[in-house]
Ligand binder design. Sequence first.
Ligand SMILES: [Zn+2]
Length: 113
Amino acid sequence: MHEYSIVQALFDRIQDAARERGAVAVRRVKLRIGEIAGVDVDLLQTAYDLFRVRTICEGAWLDVERVSARWTCPDGHGDIARGHALVCPACARPARLAAGDEIVLEQLDLEVP
Ligand SMILES: [Zn+2]
């Protein structure tokens, strides 16, 4: 499943970051996930709960912030409202996705002795 590979990659990054900073534990993992990133947050949570056992994240809680999709004009005419055709009303250029497809490790709260 897609969510399992996301969590696997996430754990690799968390472990690197924790090692770099000499952390003994992770208290909280904060992710930002776009609404059209193709991630099922419930599945992601399930995968996280499976992975974290006996890792540095065993006691870390997963905090997910969802980000709405946002479309914008590539020529700087600003955001394009949802529900419209995805072209700029000023210049008719196709909209560019400005937010909503991201999967970002936003914050790690580490316990550093
Ligand atoms: Zn435009």
